[in-house]
Design a protein around this ligand. Structure first.
Ligand SMILES: [Zn+2]
Length: 328
């Protein structure tokens, strides 16, 4: 466990903490890194540290608790609206940025300064980004601004150049595994598996620890039951799966990782499969199907994912996929 209760990102925490304790806080920070790597979590910890009575993000004082619960009157947050049924997030509009500017220009209620946090800034449209640029050039009062983004390359260079960049990289496997067992009480084997699957993204791993694990198990069981199943059973499953586009994508990504593992095992490589709890099933399927069929299955799932990205008819894409999967 590192300082500020953050999993990994020790260098970023140290740099931010140094800025805070040497009174050299910049007026704007840009947290960049892959989705679910911990940008927002780190930003909130940083905000806690700035506002904390002991400047340590203690988690117990009034300001810390208010930040934690999202109720601190001097912290103004703007985030894209995420729509539940589609993968798309709404853009951050100029109205939201204007509201932010207005709120930042008011006198702080209980802190020494107001803090604006804008997450996924890459979703801001041009108008909004330009309005925000003015805020960055002349921050109202001594407001501090924090942006997060998955895609810094999509931001206007005039924005990135005015922010202190804090780049977050995937958290090492061991640190993530340790955090999952110690803080989230995940059994060692499960922690290891989720740390591997997460690609070093604690947000993903924690969410998975809490909820996805059982669903994952179910989806992999489904896949294995479908392999010997008749066409009609496959079609019925395709129809059910196609109804929830978000769950569908998640399932396909899981299946893709599973089929890649089959391919890995079939190729005789010594590397540990991603789905390390499935070794037995992977070996069995790899032995029956062999390299070519495994490679075809990988390609079939990839085609289905690509079709979904193009907004193709989900049910049709699933039917095609389930026909393309090898029969055991
Ligand atoms: Zn505190």
């Amino acid at each position: 466990m590192t300082h500020w209760n953050i999993v990994g990102h020790a260098r970023a925490v140290a740099a931010l903490d140094r800025d805070l304790h040497t009174d050299r806080l910049r007026h704007a920070y840009l947290f960049a890194g892959p989705a679910a790597v911990g940008k927002r979590t780190l930003a909130l910890a940083f905000i806690q540290a700035i506002l904390c009575d002991t400047r340590a993000a203690c988690g117990h004082c009034r300001p810390c608790r208010l930040v934690q619960s999202g109720n601190h009157p001097d912290v103004i947050t703007v985030a894209p609206v995420v729509s539940g049924k589609t993968i798309r997030t709404e853009k951050i509009t100029i109205d939201r940025i204007r509201e932010l500017n207005r709120a930042l220009s008011l006198k702080p209620v209980e802190a020494a300064r107001r803090i604006g946090l804008v997450t996924n800034f890459e979703t801001a449209n041009d108008e909004a980004a330009n309005a925000f640029l003015k805020t960055l050039e002349e921050p109202p009062g001594n407001a501090l601004l924090i942006l997060t983004t998955d895609s810094p390359e999509l931001l206007l260079p005039t924005i990135t150049s005015r922010c202190e960049a804090v780049t977050l990289r995937p958290v090492p496997l061991a640190a993530l595994r340790q955090a999952l067992t110690e803080r989230w009480r995940a059994p060692a084997e499960r922690a290891d598996l989720l740390a591997r699957l997460s690609g070093g993204r604690p947000g993903w791993a924690v969410a998975a620890t809490e909820s996805t694990f059982e669903r994952r198990r179910q989806r992999l069981d489904d896949l294995q039951q479908l392999l010997p199943a008749a066409r009609s059973a496959r079609f019925a499953y395709a129809e059910g799966l196609a109804k929830d586009r978000d769950a569908l994508r998640e399932t396909l990504e899981l299946w893709l990782s599973w089929w890649r593992d089959v391919l890995l095992v079939a190729s005789g490589a010594s590397a540990l499969p991603v789905n390390s709890d499935q070794v037995e099933a992977l070996r069995r399927v790899a032995a029956i199907l062999g390299l070519d069929s495994a490679a075809q299955a990988v390609a079939a799932v990839q085609r289905a994912l690509a079709a979904l990205s193009r907004n193709a008819n989900a049910r049709l894409a699933m039917e095609v996929l389930l026909l393309d999967l090898p029969k055991l």
